[in-house]
Design a protein around this ligand. Structure first.
Ligand SMILES: C[S@@+](CC[C@H](N)C(=O)[O-])C[C@H]1O[C@@H](n2cnc3c(N)ncnc32)[C@H](O)[C@@H]1O
Length: 283
C-alpha cells in the first residue's frame, strides 16, 4: 500500500527490535493476566497495525493453538514480517477497512495503533470482524521512565547532523501520527461509547535496564543494540549525505556501552514502559 511509516516515521529494525524486547517471554505472565484469553482454545486472532510483526510473533509463541493473522498498511513492514516470522499470516491492509467478513475473529489486538486512527473507524471495524462475545485488546504505551547513560548522551556529531536536516513535524501531521491520542480515562470510555461491553483496564510494567542482574547478558546486550538501531535508523531515514560522521559517532558510543557492560562497569541507564491494555467484548 505504501512505505510511509517505515521510511519516514519508525524504521523496520527500530520497531522490530524494541517490540521483541517489549514482548519478551519474561513479560508473558503480566500480559497473560491482563489479556484474560481462554486457555487451550483454537482462537482466531487478528492483530491490526502489526508493523514488522513482533507482537504477532509473541502471540504465536504464547498461544500456540491460535491461528494468527496480522495486517498493516506499510508494505515494508509486511515484507519483513513475512520473511522473518513463521506460522503467522501477514497481509497489507487498512485497519479502517478490514478485508474480512463480519463475525470472523475471536480476538482482535493492537499495540500503539489506536492513537493514529479516527476512533469510530478504529473501533467499529474491529467490532464488525469480531464474533459475538469476541475480545478486543487495545494496547498503548503510557508515560514511562527513561534515563540515558552518560556515555550515550547525544554527541556533537549527532547534534550537528540533526541541526543540518529539515524538521519532520509535517510528516507526522500529514499521517495523523498521534492525532487521536486518548488519556488513560478517555480510552476505556471511547471503547464503551463505540459499543464494547465488560470493559476493563490493566497495566504491565516493562523494565529494560541492561545492568539489572535479573537479565541475562544476551537480553542486556539486545537492549543496548535495540537503542543503537533506533539511533542509526533515525539518522539513515533522513537520506542525507552528511550522515556518515553521526553514524560513526553513534556506533562508537554504543560500542563503548557494550564494553562497559562486559567489564561490569554499571551505568544503570533504564527504560521503563507502562503498557496499558484496554479489554472489551463485543456484546
Ligand atoms: C507505532 S506503529 C506500531 C506498530 C506495531 N504495532 C508495533 O508495536 O511494532 C503504528 C503502526 O500502525 C500502522 N497503521 C497506522 N494507520 C493504519 C491503518 N489505517 N491501517 C493499517 N495500519 C495502520 C502503521 O503502518 C504502523 O505500522
Amino acid at each position: 500500500m505504501n512505505n510511509i511509516w517505515s521510511d519516514q516515521i519508525q524504521g523496520v529494525m527500530t520497531l522490530y527490535l524494541s517490540r521483541k524486547l517489549r514482548f519478551d517471554d519474561c513479560f508473558f505472565a503480566q500480559y497473560d493476566r491482563v489479556f484474560g484469553l481462554p486457555e487451550n482454545e483454537e482462537l482466531k486472532i487478528l492483530e491490526i497495525g502489526c508493523g514488522p510483526g513482533a507482537l504477532a510473533e509473541a502471540m504465536h509463541r504464547w498461544y500456540p493453538r491460535a491461528q494468527i493473522t496480522a495486517i498493516d498498511r506499510d508494505s515494508s513492514f509486511i515484507a519483513f514480517a513475512e520473511k522473518t516470522i513463521k506460522d503467522v499470516v501477514f497481509m497489507e491492509g487498512d485497519a479502517a477497512h478490514l478485508p474480512f467478513e463480519n463475525d470472523h475473529f475471536d480476538v482482535v489486538i493492537s499495540h500503539t495503533v489506536q492513537e493514529h486512527i479516527e476512533p469510530a473507524a478504529f473501533w467499529n471495524e474491529q467490532r464488525r470482524v469480531l464474533k459475538p462475545g469476541g475480545i478486543c485488546l487495545c494496547l498503548s504505551a503510557r508515560k514511562g521512565i527513561h534515563c540515558t547513560a552518560p556515555c550515550l548522551e547525544m554527541t556533537s556529531e549527532e547534534k550537528e547532523f540533526w541541526e543540518s536536516v529539515p524538521h519532520t513535524d509535517d510528516v507526522l501531521e500529514k499521517n495523523n501520527v498521534g492525532k487521536y491520542a486518548l488519556s488513560e480515562a478517555e480510552l476505556p470510555r471511547s471503547m464503551e461509547q463505540n459499543g464494547f461491553v465488560d470493559v476493563t483496564v490493566g497495566y504491565c510494567l516493562i523494565d529494560l535496564t541492561p545492568d539489572s542482574p535479573k537479565y541475562s547478558s544476551r537480553m542486556a546486550e539486545t537492549m543496548i543494540e535495540a537503542m543503537r538501531q533506533n539511533d542509526l535508523e533515525a539518522i539513515q531515514s533522513m537520506h542525507s549525505s552528511a550522515a556518515k560522521n553521526a553514524i560513526d559517532a553513534v556506533n562508537a558510543k554504543y560500542d563503548l556501552r557494550i564494553r562497559l557492560y562486559r567489564n561490569g562497569e554499571k551505568q544503570w541507564d533504564t527504560s521503563i514502559a507502562l503498557i496499558m491494555t484496554v479489554r472489551g467484548r463485543k456484546g
